[in-house]
Ligand binder design. Structure first.
Ligand code: GLN
Ligand code: ZN
Length: 759
């Protein structure tokens, strides 16, 4: 019989119960015991839901109070010395301190592959010791067992765990630690087997990335060893990318099951079918349901694929039907979306609905199509309704895209010529000062917005409030002596949502939360159709702000790649096409801002780098269209309109040619935390355009001193020509309070004045 597996389920609960429980614990309003009781309820709900949906391989230990990579670090005793751990069980407060900091700095956090989920980065020293310090996988297995549910413990595989970490002190290959780490995994597997587990799922997403021959040999060695040490059946999961030319190496691993992501890398099916025979005794877990997106599966298509693979191997009993990856990355339950547009809702499936899809597919494989004919027919009809919906297709958008010529992607004159006409218009001092856009989103601002949404404030009242905040912000910037002003972004909750709400082709859910990090969730917009902009989106606010001051006002937009990257994107056309449509909408806005007399327009692209494909071989193609989209958005204006862009957290070394070809007049970047070292890339590349390296870290409440910023400016001048430089904070100020902001900006303006006198 074919089996089904869910690989992992969302943790938060249908109403983000986990967030509430943990935050209550942090706020000391519930006890440790209460937290445990509430999370046990949630785990139970998740297991029952999966059992009742017919899932055969139900995961345990996919749950976490913060992050599964942190759980793994804690489990193997990789607890950095600064947390003062002396052995034994790691208590809950130490665990949270590792994630969030306390007396000592937290561990670093970074994005989990190309998702918007962030994991805690393990830290390894060259004399790193490991020991099994936690019974979490065992406890959860038993907890489910007590409910009469046999689960598959999910453990982050040892190789991926090490590869995701960073080395501290000495520079060494983290894989050198394997001989010390593996005994811990062996003990764990043994304990799980003794407790009655049959299967264990070892997640090895790193196997699907670019790997050297040597690393592949390590995989072979490690999994041979683990398999020899355990009676458990090991299911090894890869996801987010295809195995490419190491598919055969992966199939040769002596594990019982191998999971393939067939949504991201459907070509793996042909690769499989070209093999001489079914990999001996192995289960193949075929990830046909998209674990990264919210669309209803085309079940007839998936079934045909499953049947082809089964027929090739004469092996329908060796198939596991599964999502492409853990369902962690999709929202919990579509049924809770009572207010969602019914037509679009019919096209969607969240985690719970995906379990039902799996069950239909599994039944069709095992018992024959006739047993699920109605479900398959209904699904075919829904897929067809979506495909032919007039809501999706906008002829004008596509005609416009098709009609674009090369000149839509380039500014009229080269940078040097633009720079002089812009300077003639703007008359900026050297080292011009500015900010990245948002000003503090205080309690007052959030309350006004909540009141407006709940109806407690009228639109007129709310807008009057926003105008007064904007005016206050403009006056503040004038009195601080900033050169290029912003309106403060008080009208925006979120830099993607604000635009998505005003464009056609987007829809928003009420409960479509996905975990971003810890208790923090995001609710990505869903792009379901051709994107266009019926009316201007920001002109009113920017013009109002400009009307208050003689100083140049900078209009503030989110770039097409960032809007794409932070949304659930339609899967019926290439992401690139959707991105170009968004770029056209943003272009229209840029042109409208220019026409309204706004002399400077910033198009934020903080997510440009995170969109890079996991395989390096695909980088070039991605960067080509991503940069094209930025240029399409930016190039509709005259030479004298200055285009800025902003990027955060970026490592620029390997993408400098792309950054240069964006040809923004000014780019502001986050550099202060790296002591301006990030600028080396710009120096080595001889970056031509202007640049505003952030001179202080807005992520910290600490007010920077003038000296510190002068010091950073000196480092900047060492690397770049003073005539290229702008002075600004690292990122938007929305998370800071007003007092910190005023002090920090005062000091920043003073630092700029010192630089002006010096250079
Ligand atoms: N303009 C945005 C702001 O200031 C930019 C935020 C970002 O880059 N993440 O908030
Ligand atoms: Zn930023």
């Amino acid at each position: 019989m074919a089996l089904s597996a869910s690989l992992g389920f969302p943790r938060m609960g249908a109403r983000r119960e986990l967030k509430r429980a943990i935050e209550a614990y942090w706020g000391k309003s519930i006890s440790r015991e209460a937290l445990f009781a509430q999370t046990a309820d949630l785990r139970k709900t998740r297991w029952l839901l999966q059992r009742d949906s017919g899932v055969d391989l139900i995961p345990s230990n996919d749950f976490s109070l913060y992050d599964h990579v942190l759980d793994t670090a804690v489990m193997v005793g990789a607890i950095p010395a600064r947390f003062g751990w002396t052995g034994g069980d790691v208590d809950l407060d130490t665990y949270f301190a590792m994630a969030r900091g306390g007396q000592v700095p937290a561990m670093e956090m970074t994005k989990w592959f190309d998702t918007n989920y962030h994991y805690i980065v393990p830290e390894f020293t060259s004399d790193q010791a490991f020991q099994l310090t936690s019974t979490k996988p065992l406890d959860e297995f038993r907890e489910a067992q007590a409910l009469g549910i046999q689960t598959v413990p999910v453990i982050l595989g040892p190789i991926t765990f090490l590869l995701l970490g960073k080395t501290k002190g000495a520079d060494f290959n983290p894989l050198d630690l394997l001989p010390k780490l593996l005994p811990v995994y062996e003990t764990l597997l043994q304990q799980l087997a003794e407790a009655g587990a049959k299967w264990v799922q070892l997640d090895e997403p790193c196997l699907a990335l670019d790997r050297t021959e040597e690393e592949l040999a390590i995989y072979q060695e490690v999994y041979t060893r683990l398999v020899n040490h355990t009676v458990l059946s090991i299911s090894l999961t890869t996801y987010f990318a295809g195995l490419g030319n190491h598919l055969t190496a992966a199939l040769n691993l002596p594990v019982s099951a191998l999971h393939l992501d067939l949504v991201r890398a459907p070509e793996q099916v042909e690769q499989l079918l070209s093999l001489p025979q079914w990999p001996q005794d192995k289960y193949l877990s075929l990830g046909v349901i998209d674990g990264r997106n919210v669309w209803k599966n085309d079940l007839n298509y998936s079934l045909a694929l499953l049947q082809r693979v089964a027929a090739w191997g004469a092996a329908s009993d060796r198939i596991i039907v599964s999502p492409s990856c853990s369902l962690l990355h999709v929202p919990w339950d579509l049924d809770t979306e009572k207010a969602l547009d019914a037509e679009v809702k019919d096209w969607l499936a969240f985690a719970k609905q995906k379990l039902a899809e799996m069950e239909i597919l599994k039944t069709a494989v095992n018992d024959g199509v006739e047993n699920v004919q109605t479900a398959l027919d209904d699904n075919r009809a829904a897929v067809e309704r979506r495909r032919t919906s007039t809501r999706i297709h906008n002829r004008l958008v596509n005609e416009r895209l098709a009609g674009l010529t090369e000149d839509a992607y380039t500014r009229t004159s080269p940078f040097a010529a633009r720079k002089s006409v812009q300077q003639a218009r703007l008359q900026l001092k050297p080292f011009p000062t500015t900010t990245i856009g948002s000003f503090p989103q205080t309690k007052e601002v959030r309350k006004a917005r909540a009141d407006f949404r709940s109806g407690a404030q009228t639109k007129e009242q709310y807008e009057a409030f926003l105008r007064s905040k904007t005016e206050e912000c403009v006056r503040l910037q004038e009195s601080l002596g900033l050169d290029v002003l912003v309106h403060g972004e008080f009208e925006r909750t979120d830099m993607v949502e604000y635009f998505g709400e005003q464009m056609d082709g987007f829809i928003f859910t009420k409960n479509g939360w996905v975990q971003s990090y810890g208790t923090r969730c995001v609710k990505p917009p869903i792009i379901y159709g051709d994107v266009s902009r019926p009316e201007s989106m920001t002109v009113t606010w920017s013009s109002y702000a400009q009307s208050l001051s003689k100083r140049p006002m900078k209009g503030m937009l989110t770039g097409p790649v960032t809007i794409l990257q932070w949304s659930f994107v339609r899967d019926d056309q290439p992401r690139e096409t959707t991105c170009r449509q968004i770029a056209l909408a943003i272009r229209d806005e840029v042109v409208d801002l220019e026409a309204a007399g706004i002399p400077i327009i910033q198009i934020d692209e903080p997510a440009l780098r995170e969109g890079l494909p996991l395989h390096r071989g695909e980088w070039e193609a991605y960067l080509k269209w991503a940069v094209d989209c930025f240029k399409l958005a930016a190039s509709g204006v005259q030479d004298e309109t200055q285009i800025h862009t902003h990027m955060c957290y970026a490592e620029f070394n390997d993408i400098m040619p792309a950054i240069q070809s964006m040809d923004a007049d000014v780019i502001s970047i986050e550099t202060s935390r790296s002591d301006m070292e990030l600028l080396d890339a710009f120096q080595q590349f001889s970056y031509q355009n202007d640049i505003g390296p952030g001179v202080y870290d807005i992520h910290s409440p600490r007010v920077p001193t003038v000296d510190e910023m002068v010091f950073l400016l000196e480092k900047t001048v060492d690397r770049l020509d003073p005539s290229q430089l702008w002075v600004n904070p690292d990122c938007g100020l929305k998370t800071r309070n007003e007092e910190e902001t005023v002090k920090a900006l005062e000091a920043m303006v003073e630092a700029a004045n010192i630089a002006r006198a010096r250079y």
